[in-house]
Design a protein around this ligand. Structure first.
Ligand code: SAM
Length: 205
């Protein structure tokens, strides 16, 4: 997969909160540029995201897709940012989109269909970053996903010098998931700033 934009900052900057302006992922030019790319390539109309914070990945996906009609957002606000803030930011970027929010620990959700009563074209998993968290989030969402699952923080975080830290467990969760769900395959493993794996249904629903 080829990165389709070199620098998303000119488009994303206006949605960045002043407290976040120094976050290194904005200046790696190797992170939100990929979310834009996934949006542009797969053109989701509906997106479920676990782990929203201020909405930057969801906005980047929307800027790439240009046709997201409905967002389903889940975040337990454990990073200190209320989900309403992320939802409002996304709404500012896409005034016509329908925004649904559930401020809850995804690990405690028993029936996702109560919040998402439809299939979604894309799921983005960026909440609890360990084996159990990713395993549960995959189990929670795969059955309502009609095509693409993007997982963040797969393996490593990079900086200019190379690997900065290694996150254990998410790759393993994906491998166990794929062994049990042959209807999904790995579309791509993107070794970008945080590492993304893109899962895709063999036959989109
Ligand atoms: C890395 S941030 C998400 C960043 C966002 N995807 C972006 O790139 O703009 C992770 C978010 O996941 C949320 N989170 C962590 N564990 C969670 C859980 N178990 N359930 C729901 N949200 C969770 C945190 O509150 C935080 O807002």
């Amino acid at each position: 997969m080829e990165k389709l934009i070199d620098n998303i900052m000119p488009e994303l900057q206006k949605y960045i909160h002043e407290e976040d302006l120094d976050l290194p992922q904005f200046y790696s030019y190797d992170y939100y540029e990929w979310y834009y790319t996934y949006g542009k390539l797969f053109k989701p109309k509906t997106l479920l995201e676990i782990g929203v914070r201020r909405g930057y990945s969801a906005i980047s996906l929307g800027l790439g897709s240009q046709q997201i009609e409905e967002y389903f957002l889940i975040d337990n606000a454990e990073d200190g940012v209320p989900l309403a803030e992320g939802g409002a930011n996304i709404q500012t970027a896409f005034p016509k989109a329908k925004i649904n929010m559930l401020q809850q620990n995804s690990q405690d959700i028993k029936n996702i269909s109560e919040f998402v009563p439809t299939f979604v074209d894309m799921v983005h998993i960026d909440g609890r970053h360990d084996f159990k968290g990713a395993t549960n989030d995959l189990k929670l969402t795969y059955s309502i996903c009609s095509n693409i699952i993007v997982l963040d923080d797969v393996g490593h975080h990079k900086n200019e010098q190379g690997i900065e830290k290694y996150i254990h467990g998410i790759e393993e969760a994906i491998l166990y998931f794929l062994a049990a769900h042959k209807e999904f395959v790995i579309n791509s493993h993107i070794c970008n700033w945080t590492g993304n794996i893109i899962l895709q249904r063999r036959k989109p629903l």
